[in-house]
Design a protein around this ligand. Structure first.
Ligand code: GTP
Ligand code: MG
Length: 245
């Protein structure tokens, strides 16, 4: 039977952190009333990440998938399309919360739930530079993609039907896969709810903002071009209420 939550966790060169990160995640999930399955998707790691994940997940409802090329977006896409839960969720190995799943469960009439670091009720305990990066990203979502969503990075839960329909259309790989999926969902008229979150780093940040910022800006303009080229901003054929399949 398919679980309530399919949780996709992309991982890359995380052999050192996985014993702590995955154990903490599984300990939180064990407290859930709902059923769940975790899909750890590794690609291109050179440090034995997949073996570490298999070892740390023994005895738990976890599948570890290994692919070739290091690519966050490709790993997410693969995991999302494998997922068979009622809700398809994404967690990072260093950023997750079973409490978020409880919030998702309590909401009705929603297709996509985003734990937004920019929600007025959120508490972002990360260093100033990371918070500023999130603010800039938020402004770009508005300015470049004309979006009302305040955050697309981090924890999210999508109804499986949305994923099945829109994930195959997403062209972005690397960091912008989930951003494009959220924007496509917004433009297709899916019901989106943002919920507050407490963000605390489990380890020192390892990604370089210097490399990431120009890549993100370029990627957002590419999404804008792709979606402009795909017709109207609200493709009726994709709107949940106009389903003719
Ligand atoms: N499969 C896969 N996972 C990746 C890749 N790059 C990053 N990840 C995973 O994506 C998640 C988020 O990556 P992080 O390195 O924590 O990056 P971040 O959270 O955006 O930034 P900081 O934590 O602030 O450095 C983690 O679970 C990583 O292991 C990749 O190329 N392939
Ligand atoms: Mg992180």
């Amino acid at each position: 039977m398919s679980p309530t939550f399919s949780i996709v966790v992309p991982v890359y060169n995380e052999a050192e952190f996985i014993p702590r990160g995955l154990a903490a995640m599984l300990a939180q999930l064990e407290g859930l009333e709902e059923t769940y399955h975790v899909l750890v998707v590794e690609n291109g790691s050179s440090d034995g990440t997949a073996e570490a994940a298999r070892k740390a997940s023994r005895g738990h409802p976890v599948t570890v998938i290994s692919l070739d090329q290091p690519d966050y977006g490709a790993a997410m896409r693969h995991g999302f399309l494998e997922a068979d839960g009622e809700w398809v969720v994404n967690f990072d190995i260093d950023y997750f919360s079973a409490g978020f799943l409880g919030q998702v469960r309590s909401l009705e009439g929603v297709d996509l739930v985003i734990a937004s670091k920019r929600d007025p009720g959120s508490e972002d305990r990360r260093p100033l530079i990371r918070r500023v990066a999130t603010l800039v990203f938020n402004l770009l979502l508005r300015a470049v993609l004309d979006s009302d969503v305040s955050d697309t990075h981090g924890m999210k839960a999508f109804r499986r039907e949305l994923v099945a329909r829109l994930a195959p259309q997403v062209e972005s790989r690397q960091d912008l896969f989930d951003t494009e999926l959220v924007i496509r969902a917004e433009r297709a008229g899916y019901r989106i709810r943002e919920v507050p979150v407490v963000v605390e780093e489990m380890r020192v940040a390892r990604s370089s903002l210097l490399k990431r910022v120009p890549r993100t800006i370029k990627g957002m303009f590419r999404i804008r071009r792709t979606l402009a080229g795909s017709g109207s901003s609200v493709p009726a054929a994709h709107a949940p209420d106009a389903d003719t399949d």
